[in-house]
Structures are given as C-alpha cells and as structure tokens.
Design a protein around this ligand. Sequence first.
Ligand code: GLN
Length: 259
Amino acid sequence: PITVGVLALQGGVGEHIALLRRASAHLVSSQPETLPDGTSFTFIEVRTAEALAQCHALIIPGGESTTMAIVARRLGLLDPLRQFVKIDNKPVWGTCAGLVMLAEEASATKQGGQELVGGLDVRVLRNRYGTQIQSFVADLDLPFLGEAEKPFRGVFIRAPVVEGIIASSSSFVDNGTEKVNGVGKGVNGNGTGKNGSVEVLGVYRKSGGKEEEDIVAVKQRNVFGTSFHPELTDDIRIHVWWLKRVLERFRHGDLVVSA
Ligand code: GLN
C-alpha cells in the first residue's frame, strides 16, 4: 500500500486521518483509474523515525509549532523530517502550524526563534490575525481545485501567512511593497526561491476597504502548505487533490520506503 503518515506529536491528527480516509474512498469509487491495480492507501500516525521511514508521504497538522518543534527535537525527529522533505523529496503538506514547520523562516516568534523543518523557501508570519478569539472562517477561491462548484471554507485559527519568498541567502522578496500591519499588501504572485519556483496557490482577500491580499496556500516542488485547516471542515477537495499528487509520484516510481 501507499503509506501516508500524519505527524502525531500534537495537534489535529485524527481530523486529518478521518478526511484522508474519506478522500481515498472517494478516489477509489469515483476515479479508480487513478489507482494502479491493487494499490491502496494506508494512513498512520507518526511519532518515531521508524514510522516516518515507512511513509511515502506526510501531513504535518495544525496545532502549535513551537511545541511541535520541541517535541520533535526530543524524539530525534527533526533531522529525519528534514531528510524526508529535502533529501528524499517526498510529498509533504503542512496545515497552519504545519506550514510554519515547513517554512525556511518564521518571524514574530515570541520565543525569539524556533527550530523548523523547512523545505519551502518562504518566510511566514505566525499568528497573523491575532489570538484564538480572532479566529474566523472565510470563503476562498482556490483555482488549483479546478472548476469549483463552490468556494472553499477556509478555517483560520491563529493562522500564519506567507510574508514573502526567500530568493537567495541574502535576498528576500516581500509579498508587497506597501506594508499593512507589517505584512506585504498585494501579491506579486509566483516567485523563485533558493531551490526553484514557489507557486502561490491561494490568497485570502479581505472584503471591504482597501484591497489587501494574504498568501494562504503555497507549493514548492514536493512541499505544499496552507494557512487554514481543511481538516476542520467536511470538504475533502484539497485532501483528494493532494492524494492525487501523491499517486502521481508513486506511479512515477520515485517514492521509496524502507521495508
Ligand atoms: N499559531 C500557531 C503556530 O504558530 C498555529 C495555529 C494552528 O495551527 N491553528 O504554530
């Protein structure tokens, strides 16, 4: 089977596994041609380097990224995670705190810095929208999902946004020239990071007032990140999309796991 792990140190683990199950059932019933004969998915919780080594792909869930980093360090998982993302180039998706973990840089950390896994040549701003009570739900238009019959309900909980792209070790391309609350205003769109192009897959546009856009979904090579939490909705579309990307890589034969 294709083994998809969910990093289970802290955060929304069960919610992702539940949606992954529904998304894979949907693929099997509606698009069986996407699954090579006899292929099936299995979903596991990852707490050890041994479990990680069994995975073809991984989700890092939402939660609290400082905590996740501390626990990962204690369990000796940070370097195996970096290897998984940056050397093995396996498909990885981070939601919210998971996106923070997958960024090369995070700013506005009260702790004055935290360890990250990295992989996305971006800088994220943590807690862009404030505290827990400033959580909100907003309709997002996500063109990568194709002809959408309805917008995607984005659940934002102490969410990070992508501030800009790290183009080289000395240059940072901000998401906008004008600053609003310290965050770039307006989206330059896709850019080139240190290790290839970073695609902006989704923005959140506040309604009313001056137009202001935040980058809330990005992809660079094997790494995908969203500021919001699809696993806290019952909308399987992003999970289906991502599993299809995993399947493409699997069919290509370049996702190798230890027995
Ligand atoms: N604010 C959290 C962090 O920085 C993320 C919140 C979430 O995952 N819902 O890690």
